[in-house]
Write a protein that binds this ligand. Structure first.
Ligand code: URP
Ligand code: ZN
Ligand code: ZN
Ligand code: ZN
Length: 486
C-alpha cells in the first residue's frame, strides 16, 4: 500500500522545490517528479514539510498540588491537528524517587492514549547513588536527556553541586543535560516580599521572576556544563539576559542550545496586569512572559541561529485549577497552552511578516531539535527512508483561535481571538493520515509509539573528544633536571 503526496512544494530546513513524495508503509520511499501510488494526497498550493516536533510538553503532569488537564490522548490529538507529529514530554520521578519506575509510569499512562509518536526527557530533582545508577537505565530505555530545575525551591529545585554531578554523569552516558534556568532562591525570596507588600495577584508572579534571575541561572548552568564537558540545552528561554548568555557561550565554542517558546515570542508581560484575574492567571507560567524588547531578542536569535528551537512547554491547567491561587499568586499552577497553535502562530507572526524564512520555520519547528535530540533523520526530515511524519501545510487557510474550535481540553486559549493564516491541510504520522482539515476525525488512541533516542549525539561526542584533548595533564619531567631540595 503506497501513498503519494502530489503537486506540493517540498519545504525543508535548507531548501524548497516542486516534487511528489511517495510513501510506502510507514516511511518515505521516494521524492521526485510524476510519482504515482495507490492513494493520492493533494498538496496543490501547499508546502510539504516534516511534521512538527514539540520538544517540551507536560501532559497529565502532577504539579503544584494538581495534575495538568491535558491528557496524552487530547494532547497528541491537538498536536496533530496543528501539524505536530511528535512531542517530547517531561517525566517526573514519583514519591519513591526512582527514574525507572517513573519512566514505566509514563509508559503506563501514555501508551494506550497516544495518537502520534512521543519521547521523554527525565527530570533530575535530587542526587544520590540510585539516581546516578538509574540514569544509565534511562538511557537504555531510550531517554537520553535530563532536565534540571534551578527553580521551584522546596519542590523540584536542585542545587549546583548536584547539578554538576548529574552533568558529569550525562557526559559519561552521552546524554544531554537540560535546565530550567531561574534562580530559585531569589524567586522564593521575592515571592515572599511581594506577598508581604500585599501583592497577591498574578502581577506578583511577573515581579518576582525578573529577567536577571533567568540570565544569572543560565550563565551558572553554562559554567557548570562547560566544567563538566557536556553540551547544554536551556529550555523555555524568555529573555535577552538568558539569550545573551547562550550567544556568548556559543561564540566561545560551547555547545549550548536555547529554546524560546511560541508564547514568549508573541505574548508579553502586560497580560499579568490585566484587570480580569482569570485572564492574567491563565497566563501564569515560569519564566513569565516578558516585554517587547525581549521578544525582539528572541526573534533575532532564531534568525541568527543563536537560538535553535521553538517549543511550547504546553502545561494545561483549567481556569478552575488556576483558581487554586485566587488569594496567592504562588499557588497558581504554572503553565500555558500552545501545542496545537505553535506552527500556525509562528508561521503567521514569523514567516508572514518576513521575520523568518520558510526554511527557518522548518528548522526551528522540527529539524534542529531532531538533530539535538539525536533522532535525525528518522524524524525532522523529508528524505528517503525517514519516517513519513509529514504535514501538508496550507498557507491559505485562515482560522480564528478559540476554545470553541481547539482540540485541547482547556476551557480557554492564551491565543484566543487571534487570526492565523496557515493550517495543516493533512497531517501524516508514519504514513497514516491522522488529520485532514474539515474532517475532524480523531485517530485511534494508542496508535502512537514511544521513540527511543540513542545517546552520544554528534555534538556530545565531538565536545567530549575536545575536552579530553584539552584536559589538564601532568607534565613528565626528567628527575635529573629537577633541582634537589635542600
Ligand atoms: O510554568 C511552567 N513552565 N510550567 C511547567 C513546568 C516547567 O517549569 O517547565
Ligand atoms: Zn540554592
Ligand atoms: Zn521549566
Ligand atoms: Zn516545562
Amino acid at each position: 500500500m503506497t501513498k503519494v503526496i502530489k503537486n506540493g512544494t517540498v519545504l525543508t530546513a535548507d531548501r524548497q522545490w516542486t516534487a511528489d513524495v511517495l510513501i510506502e508503509g510507514e516511511t518515505i520511499k521516494q521524492i521526485g517528479e510524476n510519482l504515482s501510488g495507490d492513494e493520492v494526497i493533494d498538496a496543490e498550493g501547499a508546502y510539504v514539510i516534516p511534521g512538527g516536533i514539540d520538544p517540551h510538553t507536560h501532559l497529565e503532569m502532577p504539579f503544584m498540588g494538581t495534575t495538568a488537564a491535558e491528557t496524552f490522548e487530547s494532547g497528541t490529538w491537538a498536536a496533530a491537528t496543528g501539524g505536530t507529529t511528535m512531542l517530547v514530554d517531561f517525566c517526573l520521578p514519583g514519591e519513591d524517587g526512582s527514574i525507572k519506575n517513573a519512566i514505566n509510569e509514563w509508559h503506563r499512562k501514555s501508551a494506550p492514549q497516544i495518537c502520534s509518536d512521543i519521547g521523554y526527557h527525565m527530570a533530575i530533582t535530587g542526587w544520590n547513588e540510585s539516581v546516578f545508577a538509574e540514569m544509565k537505565d534511562a538511557v537504555e530505555m531510550g531517554v537520553n536527556s535530563f532536565k534540571h530545575f534551578m527553580a521551584y525551591k522546596g519542590a523540584l529545585m536542585i542545587e549546583d553541586d548536584e547539578m554538576f554531578a548529574s552533568f558529569k554523569r550525562c557526559r559519561e552516558l552521552g546524554a544531554l543535560p537540560m535546565v530550567h534556568a531561574e534562580n530559585g532562591d531569589l524567586v522564593a525570596d521575592m515571592q515572599a516580599e511581594m506577598l508581604a507588600k500585599g501583592i497577591t495577584g498574578p502581577e506578583g508572579h511577573a515581579y518576582s521572576r525578573p529577567p536577571e534571575f533567568e540570565g544569572e541561572a543560565a550563565n551558572r548552568a553554562i559554567t557548570i556544563a562547560d566544567a563538566a564537558g557536556t553540551p547544554l540545552y536551556i529550555v523555555h528561554v524568555s529573555c535577552e539576559q538568558a539569550h545573551e548568555a547562550i550567544r556568548r557561550a556559543r561564540q566561545k565554542g560551547m555547545r549550548v542550545y536555547g529554546e524560546p517558546l511560541i508564547q514568549f515570542l508573541t505574548l508579553d508581560e502586560s497580560e499579568y496586569f490585566h484587570t480580569d484575574w482569570e485572564h492574567a492567571a491563565r497566563r501564569v507560567m515560569s519564566p513569565p512572559f516578558r516585554s517587547k524588547d525581549h521578544q525582539d531578542s528572541l526573534w533575532a536569535g532564531l534568525q541568527a541561529g543563536s537560538l535553535q528551537v521553538v517549543a511550547t512547554d504546553h502545561a494545561a491547567f483549567t481556569t478552575e485549577q488556576k483558581r487554586m491561587g485566587i488569594d496567592n499568586f504562588t499557588l497558581i499552577p504554572n503553565g500555558s497552552n500552545g501545542l496545537e497553535e505553535r506552527l500556525a502562530v509562528l508561521w503567521t507572526k514569523g514567516v508572514e511578516t518576513g521575520r523568518l524564512t520558510p526554511e527557518e520555520f522548518v528548522a526551528v519547528t522540527s529539524t534542529n531539535v531532531a538533530k539535538i535530540l539525536n533522532i535525525y533523520p528518522q524524524k525532522g526530515a523529508i528524505v528517503e527512508g525517514a519516517d513519513a511524519d509529514i504535514v501538508v501545510w496550507d498557507p491559505k487557510i485562515s482560522k480564528t483561535i478559540s476554545p470553541a474550535n481547539h482540540h485541547s481540553v482547556l476551557d480557554y486559549n492564551v491565543f484566543e481571538g487571534w487570526e492565523v493564516t496557515a493550517q495543516a491541510r493533512h497531517t501524516l504520522s508514519r504514513g497514516e493520515v491522522i488529520w485532514s482539515w474539515g474532517q475532524n476525525s480523531q485517530p485511534q488512541p494508542g496508535r502512537g509509539r514511544f521513540v527511543k533516542r540513542p545517546p552520544f549525539a554528534s555534538a556530545s561526542k565531538a565536545l567530549s573528544q575536545w575536552k579530553e584533548l584539552t584536559a589538564p595533564k601532568q607534565i613528565q619531567r626528567d628527575p635529573m633536571n629537577i633541582p634537589a631540595g635542600i
